[in-house]
Design a protein around this ligand. Structure first.
Ligand SMILES: [Fe+2]
Length: 200
């Protein structure tokens, strides 16, 4: 990403063509939504700077722009984590990796972790299922983040990120078929990328 002073730039994710169970057409629509978050983050930064410089930081307009920032910025960043942690057909977890061992330590075994992550993804509401690492204890835990910013924990490191907004799958599945989409996502997870995010 570019620096905030010059504005963020929407990335491309050409490596995602040919995902299993998530069509290229679905992804193309999703990329457009992602670009919207990048553009809106830039617009918010620009408008806030203008109002601050003009001495209008105490105005309702300024306050509303500030309130929107977490939504737009987290929308941008979480989509990048999500697109980055997929690859067509997936890349299996290395059972000798630190991530595999840490998951089995924190969730008792792999299947318990997988079930928990998927069930978090099936929680009602729009948002994200995220496997986070606590930077202090190094423990892993699954969380539901509503919208893009509600439930995000400051400092926690995203290890695996799954979009469960309906816009992530409505091109391929019915609104009632989130579980099928989650299974498709699971089959495309690039565990090598997820493992590279581990803090320790
Ligand atoms: Fe999304």
């Amino acid at each position: 990403m570019a620096t905030a002073t010059t504005g963020y730039t929407a990335r491309t994710f050409s490596h995602l063509k040919g995902l299993k169970g998530i069509s290229d057409a679905q992804l193309e629509e999703h990329f457009k939504l992602y670009a919207g978050y990048v553009n809106n983050t830039n617009t918010l930064n620009q408008k806030v700077e203008e109002l601050t410089k003009a001495g209008k930081s105490g105005t309702p307009e300024y306050g509303e722009l500030k309130r929107r920032y977490g939504f737009e910025y987290c929308g941008m960043v979480l989509h990048e984590y999500y697109f980055d942690n997929m690859t067509p057909g997936g890349m299996a977890i290395d059972q000798n990796s630190k991530l595999y061992k840490k998951i089995c330590e924190c969730f008792w075994d792999w299947n318990t972790f997988e079930t928990d992550f998927k069930n978090v993804g099936k929680m009602r509401g729009i948002g994200w299922a995220i496997l986070f690492q606590d930077p202090t204890t190094k423990k892993l835990s699954n969380h539901f983040v509503a919208d893009h910013e509600i439930g995000n924990i400051p400092g926690y490191k995203p290890i695996l990120v799954m979009d469960v907004w309906e816009h992530a799958y409505i091109g391929d599945y019915k609104a009632t078929e989130r579980g099928k989409y989650i299974d498709a996502f699971w089959g495309n997870v690039c565990w090598k990328t997820a493992a590279s995010r581990l803090l320790d």
